[in-house]
Design a protein around this ligand. Structure first.
Ligand SMILES: [Zn+2]
Length: 328
């Protein structure tokens, strides 16, 4: 990164901290739920069971966007080859491969110097070893940290074609305001549904999941836990607050969740790795990691059937949000 770019990044990070709020809090429902909506909420809670009760409450009843005030988490190694850095609202996964490091997402520009690079340092990871940054979708709270790695170390940047276009033509802000200026990566690699991204011994399968953005991507990939390979997935375009999403967007999202359910079921995914872990809080898992003894289960591994239930709850709470719109 040139000094000028660095200065620009710094100024922008000071000037527009609101950028991290890619998903602003939605207004509370104006009216109480109809009996039909209440029944759908109950159905989602039943699917959730105790494992996903918090998720059902979040998606069906109390959604909120990620925020600049979400508390920072302790950077932690969560699998033999995976580290997590960030805050309670937005996180980055760093994967050690046989050919350097791969990042899934990159936080916002404002967190580069405050969370991301300090996290690398604390974990003993070298930012210069980042070969690739693979983004869930083209919003600034996910791609804002990536230009640093592209400019300074030549890391390849992976985003879907539709979301490269979204980044080049960001939609107007609330109330028709011009879009806020964004420090964004230069056009690079295009992620395509069903075409594996291979970096060293790490193989990531992208699944198109439009809805939150036109080019949102889910990713399915193996991780290693105490030497054992297990399948993980990140639904890279979760709608936290349905308010700003169009009716069409919600309908598309519903289909995408079903699509991802199918793909993750076939791949035998048993690990939830969300980039906005608000519905599946990360802090309790990190605490369990700290006291984990050999032979204890890894708190990130939920099992195949619980992974499917996680997506069932997303699906059913989206049905709730759609039904809330259709009432008179
Ligand atoms: Zn977003």
């Amino acid at each position: 990164m040139s000094l000028q770019r660095l200065a620009q990044t710094f100024v922008l990070s000071l000037a527009i901290p609101a950028l991290v709020h890619a998903q602003a809090p939605a207004a509370a429902p104006a009216k109480p739920d109809s009996p039909q909506v209440q029944a759908l909420v109950e159905k989602a809670k039943k699917s959730a069971g105790s494992q996903w009760a918090e998720e059902a409450h979040f998606f069906c009843e109390a959604p909120r966007g990620n925020s600049a005030t979400d508390p920072e988490i302790a950077p932690t190694k969560i699998f033999d080859n995976v580290y997590v850095i960030g805050n309670a609202g937005t996180i980055v996964y760093v994967v050690q491969t046989s050919n350097g490091l791969v990042m899934l997402d990159s936080l916002g520009t404002a967190q580069l110097e405050t969370q991301l690079l300090p996290g690398f340092k604390k974990l003993g990871l070298e930012p210069a070893n980042v070969r690739a940054v693979i983004m869930g979708h083209g919003h600034a709270d996910h791609f804002g940290g990536s230009p640093y790695f592209q400019d300074k170390f030549g890391a390849r940047i992976y985003i879907s074609e539709a979301d490269w276009n979204l980044m080049d033509n960001p939609p107007p802000g609330r109330g028709g305001q011009p879009p806020a200026p964004q420090v964004r990566p230069k056009r690079d690699q295009v992620v395509t549904d069903g075409q594996a991204i291979v970096i060293g011994d790490f193989r990531v399968m992208p699944v198109a999941i439009p809805g939150h953005t036109p080019g949102s991507m889910g990713y399915i990939f193996p991780v290693k836990d105490n030497g054992r390979t297990r399948m993980a997935a990140m639904y890279g375009g979760t709608i936290l607050t349905p308010g700003p999403i169009s009716d069409e967007g919600l309908a598309t999202y519903l289909k995408s969740v079903a699509r991802f359910k199918d793909a993750t079921s076939k791949a035998k995914v048993e690990i939830v790795m969300q980039n906005h872990p608000l519905m599946d809080p990360v802090q309790p898992k990190l605490e369990k990691m700290q006291s984990r003894k050999s032979g204890d289960p890894n708190p990130w591994v939920v099992g195949e059937s619980n992974y499917q239930k996680f997506l069932d709850v997303m699906y059913q709470c989206t049905e709730v949000n759609i039904a809330r719109r259709s009432r008179q």
